[in-house]
Design a protein around this ligand. Structure first.
Ligand SMILES: O=C(O)CCC(=O)C(=O)O
Length: 324
């Protein structure tokens, strides 16, 4: 059965992706608040499918977030934190602590247990920028914390990140927690390949454009499809080697991958957040508004919520510190 036929993406896209989108008219007709040159960023996003904000996350906040990551790593059996290990979903309590050093380990959804993580996700320029692109507050749906490079094959996000109500209302940020070495397996992306004319649509089986349980093709076939598309469009990848505290924001249809780790001794500490808009946040993930003070972080007009199933016993010191 097809869950997401092709028109699920095309039927409603953010204003800036519509064929007749005009940034100047939008800015004339809408009151927007931004602490940066919003016109320049919107035009760049429209053309390239990404924007970069340099030195945009407070260094003390990153220190606090790193302390929480260290806390999990040194007390990994005290709490049940969701992780991905060698492509499989598991929990910190289920694996020996030393496994957390392996390449490809991800901590999932730290924004639901660490207020510091949620605050990093909602850094001012990202929240402002995506709030304007989505015309509704930026809202976190997923976060991934990396210790080393992911070496993830070329992909775009929405076939995997698709719980938002309108499929096309999705974007991501990538925030380095250290200066990134070219030998550590940095992220790379293909500027401009977010345009449907370039990316096309991959059929996972029966016309489905997202990877469901019944997918008939795999992620390597998806990577090959995207590679062929970018090569025939003549687009070369950009390797992203940012400084700690820079932010890359990418469009939900921008092809990207984790490059090969050339030096396995190197870490590549980084934090990825996926967002949708508040209007598109899935109903089954909502928590009652009277619980927001205790179970949500509202910052810079964006939101990060705990899941309804988040266990308070698994939260980290920065979350519990705010309880009264
Ligand atoms: O950081 C990486 O290497 C890959 C991250 C990524 O592709 C994603 O989260 O969608």
């Amino acid at each position: 059965m097809t869950n997401f036929p092709l028109n699920q993406w095309t039927k409603e896209v953010p204003w800036i992706d519509r064929p007749d989108a005009d940034v100047d008219s939008f800015l004339r007709e809408n009151k927007v608040e931004a602490n940066f040159d919003i016109r320049e960023k919107l035009l760049f996003w429209q053309q390239n499918g990404f924007v970069i904000f340099e030195n945009a996350v407070d260094s003390a906040l990153l220190d606090d977030f790193e302390a929480e990551i260290d806390f999990i790593r040194s007390n990994s059996h005290d709490r049940n934190i969701s992780i991905e290990l060698q492509g499989k979903q598991t929990y910190t309590r289920a694996v020996p602590a030393e496994k957390l050093n392996d390449p490809g380990v991800k901590f999932n959804h730290l924004h639901t247990v660490s207020r510091k993580a949620a605050e990093v996700s909602l850094a001012l320029p990202v929240s402002q920028f995506l709030g304007i692109v989505f015309e509704s507050p930026a809202t976190v749906t997923q976060s991934l914390t990396f210790w080393r490079g992911s070496q993830q094959p070329l992909h775009i996000d929405y076939p995997f990140v698709n719980r938002q109500k309108r499929l096309a209302y999705v974007a991501a940020s990538w925030i380095p927690l250290e200066d990134i070495s070219p030998d550590s397996g940095p992220l790379e992306y293909y500027p401009g390949a977010h345009k449907i004319a370039i990316s096309g649509f991959f059929d996972w089986g029966n016309g489905d454009i997202v990877k469901g349980a019944e997918a008939m093709q795999n992620s390597m076939e998806f990577a090959k499809f995207l590679e062929d598309r970018v090569v025939s469009a003549g687009i070369r990848p950009v390797v992203f080697c940012p400084k700690r505290g820079d932010i890359l924001v990418w469009h939900g249809n921008l092809p990207h991958s984790g490059t090969r780790i050339k030096d396995p001794t190197l870490t590549r500490k980084s934090y990825v957040t996926h967002y949708t808009s508040l209007a598109d946040y899935p109903d089954t993930w909502k928590i009652p508004e009277e619980q927001w003070a205790r179970r949500a972080v509202a910052l810079n007009k964006g939101y990060a919520f705990q899941f309804p199933w988040t266990n308070m016993a698994d939260t980290l010191p920065s979350w519990s510190a705010n309880q009264n």
